[in-house]
Design a protein around this ligand. Structure first.
Ligand SMILES: Nc1nc2c(ncn2[C@@H]2O[C@H](COP(=O)(O)OP(=O)(O)OP(=O)(O)O)[C@@H](O)[C@H]2O)c(=O)[nH]1
Length: 217
């Protein structure tokens, strides 16, 4: 009888030991999986940010700019606050590259992007639209206010110098979203304003209002 009790006690001890070993293994495996999960979500965050970011300037890329504009245009209804966009293009950028080198051109792009980020609101979007072109999305902003904002940016950008020589200038086309309009239509109108700013000599802000009054004259 006492032998049986001792055997049972030994078996129970073994069982306890095995159970605590197993529990320890489960704990270790659980923390390994939690760590791997953390790494995977970090990786996924990094990839998401790479997909949406312009690698040179660190601002939103065309993809993200387009996505935000598309969403804002779709969400708007007749009583929404105004939504304006501006397409901004650095003047004679090819000359900057040709005279001072591609690295100097890159630096200008970075400086323009950081100036825009510094002077616009966190709710605005600043996206690199193409080579030396930027898209600004200004929610809750009417055409006149946008014009003033863009004119201030135009003046500020002139403070940027390329290797202490040439001052940088920009041309900007500004258009306001019309109810029911697609993002494509809005972009096209802003682009026409930009084209006019270039045509009229550059270092200018042209709004669609000015474009209409110019073409009807
Ligand atoms: N350094 C640099 N240059 C770029 C980049 N992307 C595009 N470019 C250059 O930007 C230049 C744009 O030239 P154009 O389209 O002729 O325009 P522009 O010289 O600014 O003339 P306007 O727009 O008419 O005032 C081209 O020479 C491109 O090679 C970039 O990421 N870095």
């Amino acid at each position: 009888m006492s032998i049986n009790i001792r055997r049972r006690a030994i078996a129970e001890q073994r069982w306890q030991h095995l159970r605590s070993e197993l529990e320890q293994k489960v704990d270790e495996r659980t923390s390994e999986l939690a760590e791997r999960n953390r790494q995977l979500s970090q990786l996924s965050e990094n990839l998401k940010s790479q997909v949406n970011t312009d690698p040179l300037t660190g601002i939103a890329n065309r993809r993200l700019g387009m996505k935000r504009l598309n969403r804002l245009c779709e969400q708007r209804h007749p009583t929404s606050t105004p939504l304006t966009i501006a397409i901004l293009d650095i003047d004679f950028f090819k000359k900057i590259n040709d005279e001072f080198g591609h690295a100097a051109g890159d630096l200008v792009l970075v400086e323009v992007a950081s100036l825009l980020s510094l002077h616009l609101r966190p709710t605005d979007t600043i996206a690199r639209w193409g080579g030396e072109e930027f898209l600004l999305i200004l929610p809750d902003t009417g055409l006149n206010d946008s014009r003033n904002i863009c004119d201030r940016l135009r003046t500020l950008v002139k403070q940027i110098q390329v290797q202490d020589h040439r001052h940088v200038t920009i041309s900007i086309g500004v258009a306001c979203h019309q109810s029911g309009e697609s993002d494509g239509g809005l972009l096209e109108r802003a682009d026409r304003c930009l084209y006019q700013a270039k045509r009229l000599g550059r270092d200018l802000v042209i709004t669609e209002q000015q474009l209409t009054s110019n073409t009807t004259e």
